[in-house]
Design a protein around this ligand. Structure first.
Ligand code: SF4
Ligand code: MG
Length: 338
C-alpha cells in the first residue's frame, strides 16, 4: 500500500532566551528531534503524547506553518519542504490543517462566507456565483445550514465553529489534513459528532489524516495506525489493534494503563510514571524516557548512556527501546506483552 506522505528524519529546533537577563546562553528547544513516519492513503495516523512532546510542532512543520530545521516531507514523490513558487502554492492546497481552538483560528470580523471564500481568493480558483455556490455546499457538507453564511464566528457554538474550520480546510479538496487536537476543546457530547463528521468526510473525499491528541483514548476510534511521541521522538508506532494488544514501549504501556476501563471486573494495573516530562531544552542522555521508565533499572546504566535504535517487531510495528534489541540487551530482550 502506497503512503500519501512520508516524513523522514524531521527536526525542528528553535532558539529561546534564557529565563534570566544576565544569562547570555543561547538555548535551543529540541521540539522535534528526528521523527520519521508514513501516513497511508485514506488512512488516519493518530499521534499522541503529553503536552510539550512536540506533536503540534511536528504537525505545523509538516504543512510548513513552521520552518523545519532539517529532514524531509515526501509528498507525491518529492520533498514538499523544498517546493517553491507556484508549485508550492499548488501543493499547499493538498495539505491542510485544522486547529484545537477554532475560535482563535477564525477571524472574528469576517463572516462565515468571507472566511470560506478566502482559500479561493488565495488560490484564485473560483469567483462570482460559482464561488458563492461552493461556499453553500461546503457549509452543508459540514452539517451547517447554508443560510448561516452571513453570520459571524461569535454567533456559533464551539462545535459549529470547528465545523467552519473543517469547511475551510476542505474547501480546496485537499488530500491530507493535519488535525491538531480538533475536539479537545469541545464538550464531550459534541466531540463524537465532530469525529463522525471527520470520518464521513474521509470516506467521501478519500482524505488522509494526521490526528494529533493528548491521550490514546482520544485517538482510539478514529485511527488506523498510532504513533507515540515522547520529548521530540517517536518512541513507538503500530497498527491500532496491535498497539493496544501488544504495546512494547514502557511509555506506551503506561499510557494504555491510564485509560479508564468501564468494566470493573477486568483486571487493570495502572502504571504510574514518576516525575514530570523533562525539558526539551536539555533532554536526558541516552533514552530520553530513562528518568521516568519503570524498566530502565533492569538494564543497568545502558538506558542513560545509549540512545535506543528503532527496531521492527512486526510489520508496521516499530519501537525505540533497548528491551527489544538483542544486540545490546541479550539477557533482557523480551517479547511484547501487556
Ligand atoms: Fe525504558 Fe530503557 Fe526502553 Fe528507554 S530504552 S524505554 S529507558 S527500558
Ligand atoms: Mg498542542
Amino acid at each position: 500500500e502506497t503512503p500519501i506522505l512520508e516524513v523522514r528524519d524531521l527536526v525542528k529546533h528553535y532558539p529561546v532566551k534564557a529565563a534570566s537577563p544576565f544569562d547570555r546562553r543561547r538555548l535551543v528547544v529540541r521540539a522535534v528531534d528526528g521523527v520519521s513516519l508514513t501516513i497511508g492513503k485514506g488512512r488516519t495516523l493518530g499521534l499522541v503524547g503529553e503536552s510539550g512532546c512536540g506533536k503540534s510542532t511536528l504537525g505545523k512543520t509538516i504543512v510548513r506553518l513552521e520552518k523545519a530545521t532539517s529532514g524531509s516531507v515526501v509528498y507525491e514523490g518529492e520533498d514538499f519542504l523544498k517546493a517553491g513558487g507556484g508549485h508550492l502554492r499548488a501543493l499547499r492546497r493538498d495539505l491542510q490543517i485544522i486547529f484545537q481552538d477554532p475560535y482563535a483560528s477564525l477571524n472574528p470580523r469576517m463572516s462565515v462566507e468571507q472566511i470560506l471564500e478566502e482559500p479561493f481568493d488565495i488560490h484564485g480558483t473560483l469567483s462570482g456565483e460559482p464561488r458563492r455556490k461552493r461556499v453553500r455546499e461546503l457549509l452543508e457538507a459540514v452539517g451547517l445550514p447554508a443560510s448561516h453564511a452571513t453570520r459571524y464566528p461569535h454567533e456559533f457554538s464551539g462545535g459549529q465553529r470547528q465545523r467552519i474550520g473543517i469547511a475551510r480546510a476542505i474547501a480546496l479538496n485537499p488530500k491530507l489534513i493535519v488535525c491538531d487536537e480538533p475536539v479537545s476543546a469541545l464538550d464531550v457530547s459534541i466531540q463524537s459528532q465532530v469525529l463522525n463528521l471527520l470520518k464521513r468526510l474521509q470516506r467521501e473525499m478519500g482524505l488522509s489524516y494526521l490526528f494529533i491528541a493528548h491521550g490514546l483514548a482520544a485517538v482510539k476510534h478514529i485511527s488506523d495506525d498510532i504513533g507515540v511521541m515522547y520529548l521530540g521522538k517517536l518512541v513507538e508506532k503500530a497498527p491500532k489493534s496491535r498497539l493496544f494488544a501488544a504495546p512494547a514501549h514502557p511509555y506506551t504501556q503506561a499510557l494504555i494503563s491510564a485509560i479508564p476501563i468501564p468494566d470493573p471486573t477486568r483486571r487493570s494495573q495502572r502504571i504510574v510514571l514518576e516525575g514530570d516530562v523533562p525539558s526539551p531544552i536539555r533532554p536526558p542522555s541516552g533514552c530520553r524516557f530513562h528518568t521516568r521508565c519503570p524498566k530502565a533499572s533492569s538494564l543497568g546504566t545502558l538506558c542513560s548512556r545509549v540512545e535506543p535504535r528503532t527496531l521492527t517487531l512486526a510489520p508496521g510495528h516499530e519501537v525505540a527501546c533497548h528491551l527489544y534489541d538483542p544486540a545490546v540487551a541479550p539477557a533482557a530482550a523480551e517479547p511484547a506483552h501487556v
